[in-house]
Design a protein around this ligand. Structure first.
Ligand code: GUN
Length: 294
């Protein structure tokens, strides 16, 4: 039987409507408009698209956003000075420095310079540490989006066996930690697999919830999933497609056509995790603005 489709776009729209209401209320009751600063260094075409989409999403729900473009050859010192300025700017509740950065700039130094209270990407070591020990802090947007998608879709997480394929700092490690916590929408038994895992399929077949975040186009096949599995595809891979106008198309890490004929539920690419990631950035920015009132 064909799987239920977990429609990330629709869930994202619902959450964005809720956020827009919350922003109206903050403006009416506290004269407070949440503000996000997005910093782009250089001309990476994919980064430019991401940044444009983030600004548009802010605008659509009433978040103030400003974009800072630095040239490719900007020095690390210039970027750090800009971050310090934004750290002290009361209009700005969230700072996002689009990655990757040019090679001559130390990414860790940049992330460490953002105030943890404005780190709406959830990449600062303080926020990562808080995630590890189950304290309140900003959660990275993609794994946070995956968790929200599961809870909005009514997928039971408590006691479920979650298998995460991929161990990146941005997705694999944080999602494993988030779903492991002794907290609502968590309490899972988590297995993390990666490129050195032996007999990967034997482990992925045991998953009640399978999270694919490997960055390998269509790597997860039907024989790797069980009929009861809920499959979340975090991958966004461009593959050549001469039949498409652009010459390429986007596919996930999961072979959608065959896996969706077998498993219980699945998130598509595009229209799955992607819209959730932006939404959680907006969510974190609104959260940060609310915390500035405390
Ligand atoms: N580049 C790709 N994904 C992300 C993200 O989530 N945040 C930032 N800052 N840069 C990225």
């Amino acid at each position: 039987m064909a799987a239920t489709i977990i429609d990330g776009k629709k869930i994202a729209e619902t959450i964005q409507q809720e956020l827009a209401e919350e922003i109206k209320q903050l403006q009416a009751e506290h004269h407070l408009t949440p503000g996000l600063a997005v910093v782009l260094v250089g001309e990476n075409p994919a980064s430019k698209v991401y940044v444009r989409n983030k600004n548009k999403a802010c605008h659509d729900i009433g978040i103030y956003s400003e974009q800072h473009n630095l040239p490719q050859e900007a020095s690390e010192q210039e970027l750090l000075a800009l971050i310090q300025q934004l750290n002290h700017d009361d209009k700005i509740h969230g700072i996002l420095v689009q990655l990757p950065l040019p090679d001559h700039i130390d990414e860790h130094k940049v992330i460490n310079t953002i105030l943890p209270e404005k780190d709406v990407d959830g990449f600062h070591p303080v926020n990562i540490g808080k995630l590890m020990i189950g304290e309140k802090g900003f959660r990275p947007c993609t794994p946070f989006g995956v968790q929200k998608m599961l809870s909005y879709s009514g997928v039971p997480i408590d006691g479920a066996h979650v298998v995460v394929v991929g161990r990146s700092n941005i997705v694999g490690k944080p999602i494993a930690n988030m779903l492991l916590q002794k907290q609502p929408d968590a309490n899972a038994t988590v297995t993390v697999c990666h490129s050195r895992t032996k007999d990967l399929a034997a482990i992925t077949r045991q998953a009640d919830i399978l999270i694919a975040a490997i960055g390998q186009p269509e790597m997860i096949t039907a024989e790797m999933v069980s009929e009861n599995a809920v499959v979340i595809d975090v991958g966004v891979n461009r593959i050549e497609d001469p039949a498409s106008k652009t010459g390429y198309r986007l596919v996930g890490d999961v072979k959608f056509d065959e896996v969706s004929q077998k498993c219980k539920a699945i998130s598509p690419v595009p229209g799955g995790v992607g819209p959730m990631t932006i939404t959680m950035l907006l969510y974190n920015t609104v959260e940060s603005a609310k915390q500035s009132l405390e």
